[in-house]
Ligand binder design. Structure first.
Ligand code: NAD
Length: 372
């Protein structure tokens, strides 16, 4: 039994509430000793108190290294409710007009931007200018140009920029990556990533090009884009893509309903992916190598994920993704921890470069060469 699985089982047996391991290259013993953590804590303000912001706030209640201490919202009633629920002091509450003054607040270290996609870029630039670390939801921005500007701004301000890729800390995902790295799957030949759900309310911001920046690809297809990279373990060098639309009323110009795309990798491995707003329960990753396979279904939902390989079922335990993510991100920001799969701005930028190329390929019908 490998040390990580050993550790996870020990954690489960001793009922340590929630581990905050980043799955960096710590030994099992180091990870356990960190479970009795009394070191520095990352003090986080959440910007955007919607569906996902609420989920992150709840999950953070079980964090050890990260603490929810502030909010940024345009809705005073929500601020009030969050203040009483989470004990947030008035001086840590901001709205979208005045949050630049967070720079004068020594009690907030980082802002987690969880607003509609089109707002990420401008809001992250303002957070960086205020001298606070930026954690930004996916997609990091609307395109690679914006993503690069965010990276540059954070570098200039000497703050960290992380993207909310919670699956980079998910135990079954990491076990597949370990198996691949240890050669247990042989040379990787093929990945399939299927990511989709049926978009309901036609009036939601996800179907508004101005706020979403696109359609299913920006919102859910990005999981297949990102997953192809961390599952294959290489950066793609070309893409081809094809778009289909069955409902031009719901999915207006610039809002993609369904896109198939293919990626080619330097080793010769290929990926075949589907992104859609028109199928429910589409959430499957399949990785094939010369010696074995690994599959996850569901592969990117909030879990528990389920999976198996040619060696049998994956048995790593489930922990609330956002709890593990935020503790791990605190470790990255406060201690310079290095996760197995990066979650920094460069990682987000690579996905945006691929997404830009997918949209170009859909328009032109031509294969796009990628330099990531
Ligand atoms: P949501 O609609 O539930 O919440 C969005 C919040 O932003 C709301 O509180 C809304 O009031 C606020 N907001 C601020 N300015 C706004 C404006 N101009 N227009 C509309 N709303 C505005 O959306 P959500 O599902 O919480 O998604 C927010 C972000 O989180 C998106 O970028 C999405 O991709 C990301 N997300 C990530 C995951 C994940 O698993 N990592 C899951 C869901 C959503």
């Amino acid at each position: 039994m490998d040390s990580r699985r050993d550790f996870l089982q020990k954690v489960a047996l001793t009922a340590i509430s929630i581990p905050f391991f980043s799955f960096s290259r710590l030994s099992a013993e180091q990870q356990i000793s960190q479970a009795r953590y009394d070191g520095p804590v990352l003090r986080v303000a959440i910007m955007g108190l919607g569906g996902y912001g609420t989920r992150v706030a709840e999950a953070m209640q079980s964090c050890q290294r990260a603490k929810l201490v502030g909010v940024i919202s345009g809705t005073p009633a929500k601020i009030k409710a969050w203040q009483s629920k989470y004990g947030i002091p008035a001086e840590n509450c901001y709205n979208y007009e005045n949050f630049d003054s967070i720079k004068d607040n020594p009690n907030i270290d980082a802002v987690y931007v969880i607003t509609p996609n089109a707002l990420h870029h401008g809001q992250s630039l303002r957070v960086a200018a205020a001298g606070k670390h930026v954690i930004c939801e996916k997609p990091m921005a609307l395109n690679a140009r914006e993503g690069q500007e965010m990276i540059d701004a954070c570098k200039m301000a000497d703050v960290k920029l992380l993207v909310g890729y919670r699956l980079h800390f998910e135990p079954k995902t990491l076990e597949i990556i370990r198996m691949r790295n240890d050669g247990e799957l042989g040379n990787i030949r093929f990945f399939q990533g299927l990511s989709g759900f049926r978009a309901g309310d036609p009036n939601q911001w996800r179907l508004d090009k101005k706020l979403a920046g696109g359609g299913a690809l920006m919102d859910i297809g990005i999981y297949a884009v990102n997953g192809a990279r961390y599952m294959v373990g290489e950066e793609p060098i070309w893409i081809t893509a094809q778009e289909t639309k069955t409902d031009t009323v719901k999915f207006k110009e610039g809002v993609d309903e369904t896109i198939q795309f293919q990626l080619g990798f330097p080793s010769g491995a290929v990926a075949s992916c589907l992104s859609t707003y028109n199928m429910d329960n589409l959430d499957r990753f399949f990785l094939n190598g010369e010696k074995g396979f690994a599959e996850l279904q569901p592969s990117t939902g909030y879990g528990p994920l389920k999976g198996r390989t040619h060696k049998g079922e994956l048995t790593q335990p489930h922990y609330t993704h956002q709890t593990v993510q935020m503790d791990a991100m605190a470790g990255i920001i406060l201690n310079g921890d290095k996760p197995v799969v990066p979650v920094d701005g460069e990682e987000g930028l690579k996905d945006l470069k691929i997404i830009d190329a997918i949209y170009r390929s859909c328009k032109t019908g031509e294969r796009q060469v990628l330099e990531l």
